[in-house]
Ligand binder design. Structure first.
Ligand code: ATP
Ligand code: LTN
Length: 343
């Protein structure tokens, strides 16, 4: 089964990115299990680091270079295996921008203006800076990332569901206009950790932009992580119980615990029956560190030779170029671009 998903290199990854997306992607590339439980031999996974998307918000070359390098090393440290999945930089595969342009010509502006992520990002931009057109057309580039590889599933966090719907509509429109080329990809959402919430405000999703106390960075020092968990807000009462409406903070901590330990929330409620919030948090911090320690260790080792990590991504780009060119040959033919002149 073919799977594709992308992540922006916009700074340090946090536990929300990891539990909501990246951990799941590693599992998909090693286990070969589909949402229907079908046992395939192994999923055929494509995971680009979408550096061109990052350009919509990052306009400093050194920062982008550094973030991209860190993202490459982080993915390898988390267990992404370049033998099992195709890891590459979006910018090293020109077909992404080529198809994005073609799709832009089929996209009503109103559809782009309606996107929640666009509205949120546009609201954050200062008046002086203005809203760049890339923020608006972001979803057509994302649609191109996906459709070039014709994946059946796209594992993403809940926040990306709308972009997936947009991608499906665009694929359908292309097929209707020019003839069948694209499969309609489905979103794959990891239910329990679809939205890891902030440690300080469980009504908002964990994110870097809320501030340091709200998230746990994957490569943060142990003392800092333990401190943040200790200071995480809790709910009134004293029971360790998953009740989203009554106990959003404890429910979030339980979901995190389940995500890092693999234990079910039911089993955790049983395990902490009658225990205090303090005991629970201390045990949660252990579980988080058990998950992160090996990743952090590997990150330190891989950071010694960033060129090796980059070389693995170069290899992935070669493969991604091959696959995407096959799609583009068909696309060019269908839309009437002159084959002999364009290649
Ligand atoms: P920022 O921290 O700057 O707000 P972000 O954390 O939202 O950014 P993205 O690049 O938008 O980072 O997300 C990368 C992936 O991680 C996406 O698939 C997204 O759905 C997932 N993701 C991000 N935050 C969370 C979260 N709190 N819970 C679950 N999944 C998340
Ligand atoms: N928009 C996504 C990142 C992204 C992506 C993709 C995800 C870009 N291209 C293709 C899945 C498939 C985000 O903001 N997390």
């Amino acid at each position: 089964m073919r799977i594709l998903s992308g992540i922006q290199p916009t700074g340090q990854f946090h536990l929300g990115n990891y539990l909501g997306a990246l951990k799941h992607w590693v599992d998909l590339s090693t286990s070969g299990r589909s949402p229907e439980g079908r046992q395939d031999k192994g999923n055929d996974c494509f995971y680009p680091i979408v550096d061109l998307h990052a350009l919509t918000t990052v306009h400093d070359a050194e920062t982008l270079r550094k973030n991209t390098q860190e993202a490459q090393i982080a993915m390898l440290a988390m267990g992404f295996d370049p033998e099992k999945s195709v890891l590459f930089l979006q910018s090293q595969v020109p077909a992404h921008t080529e198809l994005a342009w073609i799709l832009t010509t089929l996209t009503p502006i109103g559809d782009l203006e309606r996107m929640t992520q666009y509205k949120e990002k546009a609201a954050q931009v200062s008046k002086k800076e203005g809203i760049n057109a890339g923020l608006l057309t972001y979803p057509t580039l994302m649609a191109a990332d996906i459709l070039l590889y014709n994946p059946e599933y796209v594992p993403v966090g809940e926040d990306q569901k709308q972009h997936l719907e947009f991608t499906r509509n665009l694929a359908e429109k292309f097929n209707k206009t020019y003839g069948e080329v694209f499969k309609l990809p489905k979103a794959m959402i990891q239910k329990e950790t679809a939205r890891v919430m902030s440690l300080q405000d469980p009504t908002q999703k964990m994110s870097k932009s809320l501030g340091a106390q709200h998230y746990i960075g994957l490569f943060e020092e142990e003392d800092s992580i333990r401190g943040k968990i200790k200071k995480a807000v809790t709910d009134s009462g004293n029971k360790i119980k998953y009740e989203l409406r009554e106990k959003p903070a404890i429910s979030n901590l339980l979901a995190i615990y389940s995500g890092v330990s693999g234990k079910s929330i039911k089993d955790l409620e049983q395990e902490f029956l009658g225990k205090s919030y303090a005991d629970f948090k201390s045990s949660l911090a252990d579980a988080v560190m058990n998950q992160l320690r090996p990743i952090q260790k590997r990150y330190k080792e891989l950071s010694q030779s960033p060129a090796e990590a980059a070389a693995l991504f170069d290899k992935g780009a070669t493969k991604a170029n091959e696959v995407s060119q096959e799609t583009m040959t068909l696309v060019r033919k269908k839309i009437g671009l002159n084959e002999s002149l364009s290649r």
